[in-house]
Design a protein around this ligand. Structure first.
Ligand SMILES: CCCCC/C=C/CC(=O)SCCNC(=O)CCNC(=O)[C@H](O)C(C)(C)COP(=O)(O)OP(=O)(O)OC[C@H]1O[C@@H](n2cnc3c(N)ncnc32)[C@H](O)[C@@H]1OP(=O)(O)O
Length: 371
C-alpha cells in the first residue's frame, strides 16, 4: 500500500482520545465566535460525549435558549459517546483551520471588485464600501462615475452584505457634479445634452430612492452640490469634523436636485433649508448635525477608526430585520420622492440651457471663479 494513503486511512479510522477531546475543549475557547448554529452543534456533541443521549425534560416553549440547546442534543438520538467525542474534535479542528485562514487580512487591492475605474468597491465584514476615487479632482462626479455608482449600488443591493457605505478617497468627500460634464456637447446640440443629463440625473437619484438595504454616508471631508443633496436619502450620515456641506446652486445658475427640495425642508425646516438651497449657505459638520442632516460628527483624527468600528458592529445585526425596518420607514414616501426627482430633473434641464448657468460653469472652467 502507498504510505501516504496508509497514513490517511489510519488517521480517519482512529478514535479521538480523551486527551484530544480535552485539547479541543480548550481550543474552542480561543476561537472567534463561530455563530449560534455552530455553538449549538458543539453544545450537543459535548453533552452527548460526556453524558450520552439526552436525558433531561424538554424546557417550556418560552424558554427559547434552553429549548434550542435541548433540541440540538436530543436530535443526536443514540449516537455513541465515542462518535460524539470524535465529531466534536473534528468540528473544532475544522473551525480552527478556517479561522486561521480568515485571520490573514488580504490587502485592499486584492479585495477590490474589478470593473470600476472611478470607484474602489470592496466587500468585507458584511459591508459593501463604495469609495469615490478621483482624489486629485476632489472626487468630482463625471458621467462615468454616475454610471459606475449606479452599477455598484445595483450590485450591492443583491450581494450578501448587510449594509452599504458611500465615501470618498482623499481630502474631499466630493465636490459634486464635475463641471466639465457640461462641455462635452454632442453633434445633436446643447438641448440634447441637457435632456440626456436630466435623464442620467433622474436615474441616478432613483437608485438612492430605491436602495433596499441600510445606506450609510461616511463623509470624510467637504461635500458640495449633489453629494450633499442625496444625503437626505441615506439612512445614516457620519461626518468628520473637517466636513462641510455646501449647495451653491444659485451661484451656479442651477436649482436643487437629489430630492433636496423635499427632504431638506422636512429634515431641517423650510427656513434653514432655504438658506442652504437658495442662498448657498455652507454648513460646518456641527451645524449640519444640529440641523438633522448629519447623524453624528467624529473628530477628524479618529474619524475612520470610530466610524468603522461602529459600522462593523451594526453589520452583524440580522440583515433581514434591518432591510424590513428600512422598508417600513421609507416605502410610503418612495412614489412621492420619484415624482419630486422627476420634477427637479426637469427644472434643471432648463437651467442648464440658461445664460446664468453657462456663465458660472465657464467662469469655473476658465479659473475665474471657485466656490
Ligand atoms: C449628469 C449631470 C448631473 C448634474 C447634477 C447636478 C449637480 C449639481 C452640483 O453638484 S453643483 C456643484 C458643482 N461643484 C462645484 O461647483 C465645485 C467646483 N469646485 C471648486 O469650487 C473647487 O475646486 C473646490 C472648492 C471644490 C476645491 O478647491 P481647491 O482650491 O481646494 O482645489 P482645486 O480647485 O485646485 O481642485 C483640484 C482639482 O479638482 C478640480 N475640480 C474640483 N472640483 C471640480 C468640479 N466640481 N468639477 C470639475 N473639476 C473640479 C479642479 O478643477 C482642480 O483641477 P486641476 O488640478 O486640473 O486644476
Amino acid at each position: 500500500m502507498v504510505p501516504a494513503l496508509q497514513l490517511h486511512m489510519s488517521k480517519t479510522a482512529m478514535r479521538a482520545s480523551q486527551k484530544d477531546f480535552e485539547s479541543a475543549l480548550s481550543q474552542v475557547k480561543r476561537l472567534k465566535d463561530p455563530g449560534n448554529e455552530v455553538k449549538l452543534k458543539l453544545y450537543a456533541l459535548y453533552k452527548q460525549a460526556t453524558e450520552g443521549p439526552c436525558n433531561t425534560p424538554k424546557p417550556g416553549v418560552f424558554d427559547l435558549i434552553n429549548k434550542a440547546k435541548w433540541d440540538a442534543w436530543n436530535a443526536l438520538g443514540s449516537l455513541p459517546k465515542e462518535t460524539a467525542r470524535q465529531n466534536y474534535v473534528d468540528l473544532v479542528s475544522g473551525l480552527s483551520s478556517s479561522s486561521d485562514s480568515s485571520s490573514q487580512v488580504k490587502p485592499e487591492a486584492d479585495r477590490k471588485q474589478p470593473g470600476y475605474e472611478t470607484l474602489v468597491v470592496t466587500s468585507e465584514d458584511s459591508i459593501t464600501k463604495i469609495m469615490m476615487n478621483r482624489p486629485a479632482k476632489k472626487n468630482a462626479i463625471t458621467i462615468q462615475m454616475y454610471n459606475e455608482i449606479m452599477l455598484a449600488l445595483k450590485a450591492a443591493s443583491k450581494d450578501d452584505s448587510a449594509i452599504t457605505v458611500l465615501t470618498g478617497n482623499g481630502d474631499y468627500y466630493s465636490s459634486g457634479n464635475d463641471l466639465s460634464n457640461f462641455t462635452d456637447i454632442p453633434p445633436e446640440g446643447i438641448e440634447e445634452k441637457a435632456k440626456s443629463s436630466a435623464i442620467l440625473l433622474r436615474d441616478f437619484v432613483d437608485c438612492f430612492i430605491d436602495f433596499p438595504k441600510p445606506l450609510i454616508a461616511v463623509v470624510n471631508g467637504p461635500a458640495v452640490g449633489i453629494s450633499v443633496t442625496i444625503l437626505g436619502l441615506f439612512d445614516t450620515v457620519y461626518a468628520s469634523s473637517r466636513a462641510t456641506f455646501h449647495t451653491p446652486f444659485s451661484h451656479l445658475g442651477q436649482s436643487p436636485e437629489g430630492c433636496s427640495s423635499y427632504t431638506f425642508p422636512k429634515i431641517m425646516g423650510p427656513a434653514k433649508a432655504a438658506e442652504m438651497l437658495i442662498f448657498g449657505k455652507k454648513l460646518t459638520a456641527a451645524e449640519a448635525c444640529a440641523q438633522g442632516l448629519v447623524t453624528e460628527v467624529f473628530p477628524d483624527s479618529t474619524f475612520q477608526k470610530e466610524v468603522w468600528t461602529r459600522l462593523k458592529a451594526y453589520s452583524k445585526l440580522p440583515p433581514n430585520a434591518m432591510r424590513i425596518s428600512k422598508q417600513v420607514i421609507r416605502n410610503r414616501e418612495k412614489e412621492k420622492l420619484r415624482a419630486i426627482n422627476a420634477e427637479e430633473s426637469r427644472a434643471l434641464q432648463e437651467r442648464w440651457l440658461s445664460d446664468e448657468c453657462t456663465n458660472a460653469v465657464m467662469n469655473f472652467l476658465t479659473r475665474k471663479a471657485k466656490l
